[in-house]
Write a protein that binds this ligand. Sequence first.
Ligand code: ADP
Length: 580
Amino acid sequence: MAKWVLGELVNVSALQAMADHLYAISAVPIGIIDSNDNVLVNVGWQDICSKFHRNHPVASERCRISDEYIKKYLHEGHYVEYKCLNNLRDVALPIIVSGEHIATLFVGQFFYEDEVLDIEYFRKQATELGFDEEEYLSALSRIPVFSREKINHIMEYYKGLVTTLVESSMARIKQIEADEKLRKNEVRMRNLLQSMRDTVFVIDEEGTFVECYQSSDMILYATPEVFLGQKYEKILPPEVSILFTNVITRLKEGEVVEPFDYSLKIGDEILWYSAQVSKVKEEGKKTGEIIVVVRDITDKKKYEKELLKAKSEAEAVNNMKNTFIANMSHELRTPINVILSAIQLFELNLKNSLDINSYNSSKHIKAMKQNCHRLLRIINNQIDVTKIEAGFMNLNPRDMNVVSIVEDITLSVAEYAKAKGLYVQFDTEIEEKVMALDPDKLERIILNLLSNAIKFTDKNGNIFVNIYDKETSILISIKDTGIGIPSDKVNKILERFIQVENTLIKSHEGSGIGLSIVKSFVEMHGGTITVLSELGVGSEFLIELPVTTVHKQCNEHCIIPRSTQDYVEMLNIEFSDIYY
Ligand code: ADP
């Protein structure tokens, strides 16, 4: 079976009309028969063939053998001239398309005028095959006779016609193949789109659904057939339609629109969808069409709801836990302070004692006192962290001179540092800057940074405290020439529980929350804290606080006046995690 059929590639009725006209002026019979033996064109076919030879088993077998012969010797662009086994003349021209012989053009039957007709042969054939001799010879007499020249002209004409037929067939085949490819692509695209988790809609400029590729996994508000040809405003519930109108308007104004969620009641169920709406882009065209990619997010919404519930339950439990820890911490502070007072009393008594064991006793008392301080430090930090986490840590700002607060603390600490072989230097660009500050918190910030600087700087090191005026803000720098912080830790050091593994200072047992409290306090002031550090060279903590005022002055109650002794006591608590 041939792949291509000539009748499907060319206009057969136009060919038949051409053949008819040519026959009218030339009287040359012609036929076009395809490879499935279908007669596509025929004119002037002779009775001797159609009524006698093709109708008789012996003669028609001769016809078949002749046809086989012709087929065998046909070559593209050439015609074969032959005398069939029934003694008639024929010329055949193959029609070969894409290497496939799909039809044959026959010119015949006829006789050449220069050949002598062997009447006796045909008379004998009539007797042999049982034909009516008179009618058979009469049919024979009607066979046209042509000059060789005329047949040559006719065959050259048909060669040209066949060439044209082959070319137009090829063009048609290309077209059919391209259409088939396009159709296959369309089917594939549709299959791909329908295999997606999303359903895709195309809406035209008037708001009508013009295409719909429903994901096989998705339940829609209506079937694609119902959507197609309908305006979205008509088919979707008003509350959803408004969302689409809003998004489409924004898109048309050139905005980039993020996906939005909406819900639809389908049957007894509420289903949630997420829609991504974009403009259709077509090269060189302003289509005005909108593409909507819709995803079913019902399950996600369900999980989100469950997650939110679980989160708020967990938060409630966490709050309860925080309240418990805060209460416990407060409760613990009282007995420790009582113990501390008792220890201080012992200390005093021991100072005045002449007991020879007093050296040993004072060693034990010192250890007891240091451990009480450690407990207080842990508890104080814990109370602060809990308060910050629960959002109960309040800022009590007053308009105060930042320079004097920082200077007082630094100078008080300088003495303490000197006893440890460290030099503290204070310098400032301005003498006074009144701004809104919570004095307690600023004190904690500076004290914590100074105590860290002292803790992590070796003997004979330096600590510099500088205040820079940046007009709209104040920059406080606390810089040391200490051990520094490894580069991979610098950015994390302000986070809670982060400490640097330090083999040099094995005796330090902090909890890694001091700096996180400092950061929170700075941020409560609307400020920022930055750390610059180089291992083995030193560290610098930069605090930038905005200059604002709250028009509230500080009276004598808003700040507890501290003596150097107070700061020393506070530093003792800060340093209690170091065993000398
Ligand atoms: P801790 O209570 O452990 O002292 P901090 O939050 O105050 O916690 O400090 C966290 C860690 O940051 C410290 O353990 C130390 O490793 C590092 N660090 C803080 N300040 C300095 C500094 N000035 N020089 C070097 N390392 C520092």
